[in-house]
Design a binder for this molecule. Structure first.
Ligand code: HEM
Length: 537
């Protein structure tokens, strides 16, 4: 049954609203006739008169909506748990608790490769879904048709966390702008590929300082009682905010509080309420709005200072802005050209890079240290340390290039951590365009791959929950894992909107894990031992 046949050309929500509106009118009519002899009712009656219709309205609306979602919705033929298909808000608690990835994995284990996780939303774990949902299609800005036709799936019509704050409207960051602007943003930051090698020195400089922090941590731990220790997850977050900030602005945030964006779960939850994001943002706690503003203002100040420094002469060390500012930024008020960014877009993209570039890498590093610290993985840890010490005489010999070529086990460890603990674990949503782009999925539906579930599914992997870096190596042990469906593994996503920082992320993580494990394992081991007692990943 299609949407059109159910509603005879009307949007179902409009029909439901109309029905509940007529109930309100009818109610007013009844009340008015009761108060006909008393045109000015007392306060209690007036309050009742004003508040009851909206409540009744809301109740009727919810009942009608639930009935529609359960029986008439065009996605009602897909497998789903009752609560998820009845009400759009049923999965919000998971978003707030950070358990969405686990809950989706459980749903896929029970219902199979396609699950209706909300009335209008389907979750997939199949390999073909990567191409169908995220691949380049004929109407994309590139004009290519690499996936067999159909319209491009839409990203921009879905609210992105933080959009509701509307800083610099109508400018948008690359992750939530429309397809044409997205191509311009990606052109503007295309130089990042070359940037990885250019920024290695900055990265190495930051790592020297981080190593000093490890030393401090080590001596601090010596003084503290065993069991007290530090939380390595927080430590990685602080470190990665500083590293990312140094790469983007040429200087670290310094104070970790400047870089952190504490309210991401709330922002994610708000973004998931269809059509209500803006409304909810008016009622957000002041503290949360103030924190978002403070965070954005901090980024604006950093960019402005960096732009002024650029005018005074080229900086002594390269950073991301060295690539973007001179050629690509347009002055205030002028229209951006095909490969430039407006000042507002620069602010928004810088904020995006700080969040996208630090939380993700910090999560991967925390996951890596966690898996390697488990006693059952001691032999993997020993193999990694042996590889690094055997291949590299000094830490300075380790660069993104040398590590890529001479440390295959390190690459396998990182892949295995990305598989079991993907930082982009929740579904990256795309909206199906009008007229549909996938078989059986009507336009307007939201689709996405559940990365965490796909990477832990027994459909695709042998011993899916076992930490086994050897599955990524072309050697004897690998035969056991020959049937793994590795093409479902795309931690940086796929298609035109995939991760813009993939090479940078891989380079950073290789360098940090290599340096941590080759020369500072003792400190890391101690820190991890202690933090493991506090938090399970
Ligand atoms: C282990 C580390 C990382 C992982 C697993 C990761 C993963 C992802 C994924 C899955 C997406 C796609 C979201 C979607 O399809 O909707 C994405 C987008 C993005 N990532 Fe990453 N990321 C990582 C590190 C980084 C770093 C270091 C940077 C930059 C400093 C970065 C910048 C971005 C940006 C700008 C986007 C938006 C791209 C666009 O919309 O065109 N990421 N990332």
């Amino acid at each position: 049954m299609t949407l059109e046949s159910v509603t005879s050309g009307f949007h179902p929500i409009a029909v439901l609203l109309l029905m509940s509106f007529s109930t309100t009118v009818y109610y007013y009519h009844l009340e008015a006739s009761k108060h006909a002899l008393n045109p000015l009712p007392d306060t209690g009656a007036l309050l009742l008169l004003l508040s009851t219709p909206p409540l009744i309205n809301a109740l009727i609306f919810l009942l009608l909506l639930t009935f529609y979602n359960l029986h008439l919705h065009p996605l009602s033929s897909f497998p789903d748990p009752l609560l998820h298909r009845a009400l759009p808000l049923s999965y919000i608690p998971h978003t707030l608790l950070g358990t969405t990835a686990h809950s989706n994995a459980a749903l896929h284990a029970k219902y199979g490769p396609v699950v209706r996780i909300a009335p209008n939303q389907l979750s997939y774990i199949s390999i073909a879904a990567w191409r169908d949902i995220y691949g380049v299609r004929e109407s994309s800005s590139s004009g290519k048709d690499t996936t067999g036709g159909g319209k491009q799936m839409i990203r921009e019509e879905l609210v992105f966390p933080g959009d509701d704050f509307e800083f610099f409207t109508p400018a948008k960051p690359m992750i939530s702008c429309d397809a044409a602007n997205h191509a311009r943003h990606r052109r503007a930051v295309r130089s990042y590929e070359g940037m990885v090698s250019g920024l290695t020195r900055v990265l190495m400089g930051r790592l020297e300082e981080e190593q000093r922090r490890v030393d401090d941590v080590n001596s601090e731990l010596g003084e503290k009682e065993k069991g007290e220790g530090i939380n390595i997850v927080d430590w990685f977050h602080f470190a990665m905010f500083d590293v990312t900030s140094a790469l983007v602005f040429g200087k670290p945030f310094g104070n970790p509080e400047n870089g952190r964006y504490h309210d991401l779960p709330w922002s994610l939850a708000i973004a998931e309420v269809p059509g209500l994001g803006r409304l909810v943002s008016w009622f957000l706690p002041r503290k949360m709005v103030a924190e978002a503003r403070r965070h954005m203002q901090f980024i604006v100040d950093m960019i402005d200072a960096r732009s002024r420094a650029q005018l005074a002469g080229p900086p002594h060390q390269m950073d991301f802005m060295s690539y973007i500012l001179p050629a690509l930024q347009v002055p205030h008020g002028e229209k951006p050209t095909a490969a430039s960014l407006s000042t507002e877009e620069l602010y928004l993209n810088a904020q995006l890079l700080c969040i996208a570039g630090s939380e993700t890498t910090a999560s991967l590093l925390a996951g890596t240290v966690y898996f390697l610290s488990l006693e059952e993985n001691a032999h993997h840890r020993a193999r990694l340390v042996a590889e690094l010490r055997g291949q590299f005489a000094a830490p300075e010999d380790m660069t993104p290039t040398t590590l890529a070529h001479e440390a295959p086990f390190l690459g396998a460890v990182l892949n295995e951590c990305l598989r079991l603990y993907p930082p982009g674990a929740i579904n990256m949503p795309r909206k199906v365009p009008a007229g549909g782009a996938m078989i059986d999925v009507p336009g307007g539906s939201v689709v996405g791959i559940a990365q965490f579930a796909a990477c832990r599914s027994a459909t695709h992997w042998i011993d899916p929950l076992r930490f086994a870096p050897e599955r990524w190596l072309m050697e004897g042990e690998q035969a056991k894992y020959a049937c793994d469906r590795k093409d479902v593994f795309r931690p940086f996503s796929h298609g035109p909107r995939n991760c813009a920082g993939q090479s940078l992320a891989v380079a950073e993580c290789r360098l940090i894990v290599a340096r941590l494990f080759s020369s500072h394992w003792a400190a890391a081991e101690h820190a991890v031992h202690v933090s493991r007692t506090r938090r399970r990943i």
